[in-house]
Design a protein around this ligand. Structure first.
Ligand SMILES: [Zn+2]
Length: 418
């Protein structure tokens, strides 16, 4: 008996190095609505959807190292706000035994997908039903990704794309005063980074997933569109998966895109006549091709950990009422040298760039509309004097952005020190 115990102990000891290597699994589930729903993102649009242009999906990448896990879930919907995110996250945490900081769920911010909502008093019954079904589908996609985990290694690449453009367009009003409107400002700054994470089966070299983040609103389609679509990010995901084939899964995330729109924005229809390529398809394909180029060029792969993560809700000063504060959910995670920052708001690109530049990690993915939190724009201080739509509707006071940057860098340093 003692000899057997010794042998088992020896075997466990031998197995230890393998346990401390990275494992990864990816999964996808179709979340296209099966009945007409209210689409999200434009308050004035009350008509129900009339058809489907392209399918919606949720995609999960589950990573594990030395018993610690990180599950990144991209969902082709606008975002999840306070009550809905708890409804979605709780069953996943309970059923999968995940800690709150191990689960990152974000909407791609397409404005051509059903609005996730649960309150029957203010929501169409079809949307309530859709949201309940979505909850069980998201649980399944996380379970499937965890079950698919196998020895893997990861590599990171950075490309660049012109798909997103600064949308704060200056103009002179009737009094000759400079104002800002939602439009196209090609002279304004943006963040062209296409961040790609390539995940491969360590034993066979087979690609399992290509995760990406890119800073643009997914709003090629506007308030008059009534067709379901993943818009720019969704069509990029679909293109990558189709082009690379072999069951590869491409979770996409909106980077810091609060003031970035696609080059062609808020169009009334999905135009196809006389060989016209619908703009979301054109832009999604352009973005998807850059993700493929970028991930194909990655040379260095690593199986190193550790995996660590933190989730934290901070209270930020409010714009409307100086006595009140507005909560914001921050998630920071690392997988070896790769960091992920999740922010539960619509974030100006300058904030994402500042975080990437000051991060103690060589690669820091920015994921917005993440893990719920505030409805609204996180705007840089300088923009408050200029005005414009995002400033008018932001719940946050001008100093909020700097507080968030400092908080996030603090969380990343905490992860780096471990
Ligand atoms: Zn938005």
């Amino acid at each position: 008996m003692i000899a057997v115990r010794f042998l088992v102990g020896l075997l466990l000891l031998c197995a230890t190095p393998a346990l401390a290597s990275l494992r990864a699994g990816a999964a996808k589930v179709d979340i296209t609505p099966t009945q007409s729903c209210q689409l999200a993102g434009y308050a004035a649009r009350t008509n129900l959807s009339v058809g489907v242009h392209d399918p919606l999906s949720a995609r999960a990448l589950a990573l594990e190292h030395d018993g610690r896990r990180l599950v990144l879930v991209s969902v082709d919907v606008i975002a999840f706000y306070r009550t809905v995110i708890d409804y979605i996250r709780r069953p996943i945490l309970d059923a999968c035994g995940l800690k709150p900081e191990e689960l990152v769920i974000a909407g791609t911010h397409t404005h051509a997908a059903p609005k996730p909502a649960l309150d029957p008093a203010i929501t169409h019954p079809n949307n309530v039903e859709y949201t309940k079904t979505l909850g069980s589908k998201l649980l399944k996609v996380v379970q499937d990704a965890l079950a698919a985990q196998r020895p893997a290694h990861i590599g990171v690449g950075i490309g660049a794309s012109p798909v997103g453009v600064n949308r704060r367009e200056p103009f002179l009003d009737k009094k000759g005063e400079r104002q800002i409107r939602l439009g196209r400002n090609p002279d304004g700054t943006t963040d062209k980074d296409v961040q790609a994470l390539h995940v491969r089966d360590r034993e066979t070299g087979r690609p399992l997933a290509v995760l990406f983040a890119y800073a643009t609103h997914s709003t090629s389609l506007g308030a008059k569109n009534l067709f379901v679509s993943g818009d720019v990010h969704g069509l990029a995901e679909q293109f990558i998966e189709k082009h690379l084939g072999n069951g590869i899964i491409a979770p996409g995330f909106a980077g810091a895109s609060g003031n970035i729109d696609p080059w062609f924005r808020v169009l009334p229809e999905i135009k196809k006549d006389n060989g016209w390529i619908p703009e979301p398809v054109l832009l999604g394909t352009l973005l998807g091709e850059e993700v493929v180029h970028t991930s194909n060029k990655i040379q260095e792969f690593t199986q190193d950990g550790p995996i660590q993560s933190i989730i934290k809700t901070i209270e930020l000063p409010a714009q409307m009422n100086q006595m009140a504060t507005v909560p914001l959910v921050l998630t920071a995670a690392r997988v070896g040298n790769v960091a992920f920052v999740g922010i539960g708001a619509e974030v100006f690109h300058e904030i994402g760039r500042a975080i990437k530049e000051a991060s103690p990690f060589p690669h820091t993915f920015i994921i917005t509309h993440c893990n719920g939190g505030a409805v609204g724009y996180l705007v840089v201080k300088e923009a408050y004097a200029e005005g414009g739509y995002e400033v008018r509707v932001s719940p946050f006071a001008p100093e909020a952005a700097d507080i968030v940057i400092t908080e996030v860098i603090g969380l990343l340093k905490q992860l780096r020190a471990n």
